[in-house]
Design a protein around this ligand. Structure first.
Ligand SMILES: NC(=O)c1ccc[n+]([C@@H]2O[C@H](COP(=O)([O-])OP(=O)(O)OC[C@H]3O[C@@H](n4cnc5c(N)ncnc54)[C@H](OP(=O)(O)O)[C@@H]3O)[C@@H](O)[C@H]2O)c1
Length: 243
């Protein structure tokens, strides 16, 4: 089984590559900088559609058909909307929201033809709870959540699994963007990236629409779960009656 992971140079992506390899997958790791793990490694900036199409095409022609895609690449910009820059926000929207769509466009039609495959998108709790210091970041994740839920409905008809992963705080390099200016926002109750990697594996195997990864406080997912229960009900209806 061939799996492609984006944003694989560190954090959740790197942990996911290691777990998938341990589970017997042949793994293609991609990120802007050269990934350190993975059976095959490519430099890929997911914000650039032409680059996504070229690299995904190369993977398919030189390595083989893609069974699994993990859209993990992403980053956040910290600060009030008054102080953040539109150029950086545009780049973040392309990376976090358009990037997964570009990648899916290159693999989903093949998966539909084969009536198999798994797409897992790493979203965030921020999709449902917008933080004023991560305002546009949260909006990119809300967009990704909506895309993932809609694709879940469509893909089910063709035997393709789609899953969204919703982590709370995770101990990674997420706060390394210059806008954080040393404001380390990873709290003590953040979980290890390996915990998210396990949730990603579950998403690959089950195609569960939304998978929450609770912080060690264990409170956040319960509030979100309330939203999720209503959503699950709504999406089942959409799935049943959509044309
Ligand atoms: N950490 C958290 O608390 C948390 C919580 C919820 C969701 N998430 C989500 O989890 C995902 C992974 O983040 P992380 O926490 O593991 O952060 P991280 O340690 O900073 O890793 C981010 C990864 O994304 C890559 N990346 C960033 N921009 C990219 C681009 N334009 N094209 C390709 N790769 C790009 C980075 O590699 P290069 O710099 O080499 O490209 C790196 O491998 C993100 O989507 C993030 O939004 C994180």
């Amino acid at each position: 089984m061939l799996a492609v992971v984006t944003g694989a140079s560190k954090g959740i992506g790197k942990a996911t590559v290691n777990l998938l390899k341990a589970e017997g997958y042949e793994v293609v790791a991609t990120s802007r900088s050269e990934p350190e793990v993975g059976d095959h490694r490519f430099r890929l900036d997911v914000s650039n559609r032409a680059e996504v199409e070229a690299i995904m095409g190369k993977i398919k022609s030189e390595i083989g058909p893609i069974d699994v895609v993990v859209n993990n690449a992403g980053f956040g910009i910290y600060g009030s909307f008054l102080e953040t820059s539109i150029e950086e926000e545009e780049y973040m929207i392309k990376t976090n929201f358009l990037g997964p769509i570009y990648v899916c466009k290159t693999v989903y039609p093949d998966m539909v033809k084969r009536r198999s495959g798994s797409i897992v998108n790493v979203v965030s709790e921020a999709a449902y709870v917008n933080s004023p210091v991560l305002l546009v970041y949260s909006s990119t994740k809300a967009g990704l959540a909506s895309f993932t839920n809609g694709l879940w409905v469509e893909a089910r008809k063709y035997g393709v699994k789609v899953s969204g992963i919703y982590p709370g705080p995770v101990k990674t390099n997420f706060s390394s963007h210059p806008s954080f200016k040393g404001r380390e926002i990873t709290p003590k109750y953040a979980v290890e990236p390996e915990r998210v990697a396990k949730a990603i594996l579950k998403g690959i195997r089950t195609g569960k629409r939304e998978i929450y990864v609770p912080s060690k406080l264990l409170l956040d997912p319960y509030f979100l779960k309330l939203t999720n229960v209503m959503q699950e009900f709504t999406y089942r209806i959409v799935d049943k009656f959509s044309l």
